[in-house]
Ligand binder design. Structure first.
Ligand SMILES: Cc1cc2nc3c(=O)[nH]c(=O)nc-3n(C[C@H](O)[C@H](O)[C@H](O)COP(=O)(O)O)c2cc1C
Length: 197
């Protein structure tokens, strides 16, 4: 009898502990929601296939205290896709003359895009211009009233050609002069650049 009573008490105790645990979790999650800081006013949106631009974008978002958003392709680029020596590789075909309207799909969306005042778009130079997925991004949101600043990494090509293209694709934005960086650009250099904009 004593054994049955003890077993019953254990079951009741476990049940009560579980119930308390859930309510604590609910309270914590409500508190976390209420404590969510207001959104930042600057967004650094980046696309990076091999990591250089990701490094730049992360450093930049840290020094200027911006939110960071990765423009992720629905279908990731493999190293074979990125082979610019191969005229049939995915990236080469996408960037070919005549394929200016190719728009690789993006996986996911920017939360509360409307809340940002400034969007910095970071990308690698592909075939002397911005990858087509950046054009997908520009055509996916309403940029009216937004300040947009392009930044890029590259093996040496400058940003000018991509800037001109992007302005044509997204005339609604207020464009500021872009800048080419490397993944080794220091946080101090990024800070100085941003302060002079
Ligand atoms: C398909 C492809 C085309 C490229 N075309 C150019 C180019 O025209 N000029 C240049 O300077 N670098 C070019 N690059 C080099 C990249 O711009 C450079 O490595 C960049 O930092 C890569 O950034 P990520 O690591 O963020 O993808 C090309 C790279 C790839 C994969």
């Amino acid at each position: 009898m004593k054994k049955i009573f003890m077993t019953l008490m254990s079951v009741v105790t476990i049940f009560l502990m579980a119930a308390c645990g859930n309510s604590d979790a609910a309270q914590t999650s409500n508190a976390a929601q209420n404590d969510k800081p207001p959104q930042k006013k600057i967004l650094v949106a980046f696309f990076s296939a091999t990591g250089n631009t990701a490094e730049l974008a992360k450093n930049l978002s840290t020094v200027i205290d911006a939110d960071l958003y990765e423009i992720k392709p629905k279908v990731e680029y493999t190293s074979g896709d990125l082979d610019w020596h191969n005229e049939n590789s995915r990236a080469t075909v996408e960037m070919k003359e005549g394929n200016e309207n190719v728009r690789p799909e993006i996986d996911g969306t920017v939360e509360n895009f409307g809340g940002y005042e400034t969007i910095i778009i970071a990308y690698p130079i592909w075939w002397n211009t911005e990858p087509r997925i950046i054009d997908t991004f520009l055509e996916s949101y309403d940029f009216k009233g937004k300040i947009v600043i392009p930044v890029c990494t590259s093996g040496g090509s400058d940003i000018q050609h991509s800037e001109a293209r992007m302005k044509k694709i997204c005339p609604a934005a207020t464009w500021k002069n872009g800048q080419r960086f490397t993944s080794h650009t220091t946080q101090d250099e990024l800070k100085t650049w941003f302060s002079k904009l």
